[in-house]
Design a protein around this ligand. Structure first.
Ligand code: KMH
Ligand code: ZN
Length: 278
């Protein structure tokens, strides 16, 4: 099996700052988190931004500050969210792509999201992909439900996307596909040839989905975006969630990637400044 790529999603858009003292809601805190999660074994950081008061923002300026802070503290692959928060417009969600992060998410279809709807109509997905293609940003395909894989194939037929790609299977969102090993296997079977994949299990499903992915040869996403708790009643820190994945992987005989090893596995350029082939 390939070494394990750990993605950390440390912020998200749904967790409130009064729910946990561990949410890195400012660029400075994101920089500190980047350093800590890389030391713990993460290779990719999935970025959402907040204002100082904890409210959501997708302002280009705030993302620029966050990007600079993460870059100053780590070599992590920086993956921007284009999902943002429920209700953001296409222009807001796609605007941050002008900063040319190495990766950004593309959610491949609409999905019920608790009592809300996370809207990803074909016009929205096309709009995001056009900006990704314009700015040379690699998508990570976010799959919340079975039909989302078919939607991604349709976007490929429209020549807005090529395969293989890296895919994140987000399981256990209230309204999306449930986090079961059977569902995970079905989705993985359905992915286009050559795709790499990780799984994000929501809430208490984070740990079992992590273990399944490690055993199956997939990759793993953890972080406070998906799960607030380390164990029952005990709030998690992002770096300790990452460290736990690395420990379990090690017990199972899988090493974790460095960020540059992850870049090679995903076919992303390795920065020449580190003496690696581009
Ligand atoms: N916050 C969710 C509505 C993404 O980052 O691209 C969307 C989300 C997906 O988190
Ligand atoms: Zn996200």
């Amino acid at each position: 099996m390939d070494p394990l790529i750990i993605t950390c999603a440390p912020v998200g858009a749904e967790v409130r700052i009064d729910q946990t003292p561990h949410l890195p809601h400012t660029p400075r805190l994101l920089g500190e988190t980047a350093r800590a999660i890389q030391a713990a074994g993460a290779s990719i950081i999935h970025v959402h931004c907040r204002n100082d008061d904890g409210t959501n923002t997708h302002s280009v300026e705030r993302f620029r500050e966050a990007y600079d802070a993460i870059r100053a503290e780590s070599d992590l692959i920086v993956q921007f969210s284009t999902g943002g928060a429920i209700g953001m417009t296409l222009a807001e969600r796609a605007g941050v792509l002008e900063l040319r992060p190495e990766m950004a998410t593309l959610t491949c279809g609409s999905v019920n999201f608790g009592d809300d709807i996370f809207e990803n109509s074909f016009p929205i997905m096309r709009g995001i992909l056009k900006k990704m293609n314009e700015f040379g940003v690699r998508p990570e395909l976010e799959i919340f439900d079975k039909g989302h894989v078919a939607n991604a194939r349709r976007l490929a037929r429209e020549r807005l996307l090529t395969f293989p790609q890296h895919v994140d299977l987000v399981l256990g969102v209230p309204g999306g596909l449930e986090a079961t090993v059977q569902n995970l296997c079905d989705l993985v079977d359905d992915l286009p040839e050559g795709c790499t994949w990780s799984v994000a299990g929501i809430g208490r499903q984070q740990l079992p989905m992590t273990m399944a992915a490690i055993a199956m040869g997939g990759h793993v996403r953890v972080g406070l975006e998906d799960n607030l708790f380390y164990s029952r009643g005990r709030l998690a820190k992002n770096d300790e969630l990452v460290a736990r994945v690395a420990r379990i992987a090690s017990e199972a005989g899988r090493t974790v990637t460095t960020p540059d090893q992850a870049r090679r596995l995903l076919g992303l350029p390795v920065p020449a400044a580190r003496g690696e082939p581009v």
